[in-house]
Design a binder for this molecule. Structure first.
Ligand SMILES: [Zn+2]
Length: 189
C-alpha cells in the first residue's frame, strides 16, 4: 500500500511538477472542510470514480458516531453515496449502470512516517473522511460528455470538489462547486 502510493505520487510529480505542491499539501495537512476530491478515470466504456470528502462536509461531524442520531446520519449518508448514479449524474443517453460501489468512513490517512493517530490525546480534534470507490459501465460511452451532481444539495457541508479526470487524452483538473455543480468533458474525451 505504502509502496503503491509512493509510486503513484512519484509518477504524478514526474508527469505534472505543478501538482507537486498540491499533492504534498493533501498528504501532509489535515483536509480542508468544505473541500472534497473526486478522481474520475474513463477508459472505453468504463468509468472508475473515487470520492474522498471530509466527514464534516457529509454529516457535519468527524468524531466517531456515538448517538443513535449520529449513527443514522452516517448510515443514511453511506446509502446516498452508494447510489452513485443519483449523486453524480452522467447523461441518460450514455446508459450508465453501476457495477460496484463501496463507501466507508475512516480516519484521515496520514503520510508514511507521520505520527500515528494512536498518539492522539483525548480531546484533540481529529479528522475523518468518507471514502467511496465506484465502477460504472456505460453502454453508449460516446455520450459521456459531462456530468452534473446533486452532491452539494445532498450534503450541506460540501462547497467544492476538486476533480481530476483521466482519459485516453491525458489528465485534466476541474472544480465542481455549489454554484457550478457541473463538469464538462468537452475536449478530453
Ligand atoms: Zn476534518
Amino acid at each position: 500500500m505504502k509502496t503503491k502510493s509512493a509510486l503513484a505520487s512519484l509518477a504524478i510529480l514526474v508527469a505534472f511538477p505543478a501538482l507537486a505542491d498540491q499533492a504534498e499539501h493533501r498528504h501532509l495537512g489535515p483536509h480542508v472542510h468544505g473541500q472534497g476530491t473526486l478522481d474520475i478515470a474513463i477508459e472505453g466504456n468504463k468509468i472508475e470514480m473515487e470520492l474522498v470528502a471530509p466527514g464534516m462536509d457529509i454529516v457535519g461531524f468527524e468524531h466517531v458516531a456515538s448517538t443513535d442520531e449520529q449513527k443514522a446520519a452516517v448510515e443514511k449518508a453511506k446509502e446516498k453515496l452508494t447510489d452513485v448514479l443519483n449523486v453524480f449524474k452522467w447523461p441518460a443517453a450514455a446508459k450508465c449502470k453501476t457495477d460496484a460501489a463501496n463507501v466507508e468512513s475512516r480516519k484521515e490517512t496520514h503520510a508514511p512516517g507521520e505520527k500515528d493517530d494512536d498518539d492522539d490525546k483525548p480531546g484533540e480534534p481529529q479528522h475523518s473522511e468518507f471514502h467511496a470507490t465506484y465502477t460504472i459501465t456505460c453502454a453508449a460511452p460516446e455520450n459521456v460528455t459531462g456530468m452534473e451532481t446533486v452532491y452539494f444539495s445532498d450534503f450541506s457541508g460540501g462547497q467544492l470538489l476538486n476533480v481530476n479526470v483521466t482519459t485516453a487524452k491525458g489528465q485534466t483538473q476541474a472544480q465542481m462547486t455549489r454554484d457550478k455543480p457541473t463538469l464538462s468533458l468537452a475536449g478530453v474525451m
